[in-house]
Write a protein that binds this ligand. Structure first.
Ligand SMILES: O=C(O)COP(=O)(O)O
Ligand SMILES: [Mg+2]
Length: 226
């Protein structure tokens, strides 16, 4: 696991925290199906998977607001409209997990890290209630000691609060930890927590190359890490 050691001062990290959507799982086909069903129920036109791919990354509430606005800028969407649509979306998405799949290399990396007794966590902006069932469904049920969702704490990424919380629970400082994500929010959260950040090139970053955010390392497949 040479690339991991190189990022953590020559030692293996003691804790690796992972983003979920776009990093471990390709969840956009299901998220898009749920967004489109919500829009149709509200009497609007569906938007399709490519648009939704660019709108994921700031949690369910922002995703729904972007869908209502038809674009990234959702400032004009009203509160009552948001609440009604969000309730529908959460209800629909709860039954919409059959298209979600693991990315290549994920299972192998998690297996290698847990064999090396590295602690693992998920830090996602996705609502917490969906995380454990999804991990179970894609065969990652047993790997993660801590799961922080987008509604677990008052703050979401890019705020570093969730990363700091997991490091505190694990008794690990920033130099012994690593964060792996796919979006600008992940790189910013890791930087604010002073944790080295690996970014995957295949995820969801509003259609922009993640290298622009200057993570410590970019990989095309997580298997490159070991
Ligand atoms: O639900 C989202 O918006 C994205 O979640 P993520 O933080 O796992 O990428
Ligand atoms: Mg992500």
């Amino acid at each position: 696991m040479k690339p991991l050691r190189a990022l953590c001062g020559g030692e293996l990290p003691r804790l690796v925290m992972f983003d979920l959507d776009g990093t471990l799982i390709d969840s956009v086909p299901d998220l898009a199906a749920a967004v489109d069903r919500m829009l149709v129920e509200l009497g609007r036109a569906p938007v399709g998977v490519e648009k939704v791919r660019d709108w994921v990354g700031n949690g369910a509430r922002v995703l729904v607001r972007r869908a209502l606005a038809g674009g990234l800028d959702h400032a004009t969407v009203g509160e009552a409209e948001t609440e009604e649509a969000l309730a529908r979306f959460l209800d629909i998405y709860a039954d919409c997990h059959h298209l979600t799949a693991l990315y290549p290399g994920v299972h192998e990396l998690l297996e290698a890290l847990s064999t090396a007794a590295v602690e693992l966590a998920v830090v996602t902006n996705k609502p917490e209630r969906f995380v454990a069932p999804l991990l179970e469904q894609v065969g990652l049920g047993g790997y993660f000691r801590w799961i922080i969702g987008g509604d677990t704490l008052p703050q979401q990424k890019p705020d570093p609060a969730a990363l700091l919380q997991v490091m505190h629970l694990a008794g690990v400082d920033a130099a012994q930890a690593l964060f792996v994500g796919d979006s600008r929010n992940d790189v910013l959260a890791a930087r604010a927590a002073a944790v080295p950040c690996v970014a995957v090139s295949y995820g969801y970053n509003h259609g922009r190359p993640i290298a622009e955010e200057k993570p410590n390392l970019v990989v095309d497949n997580l298997a490159e890490l070991f």
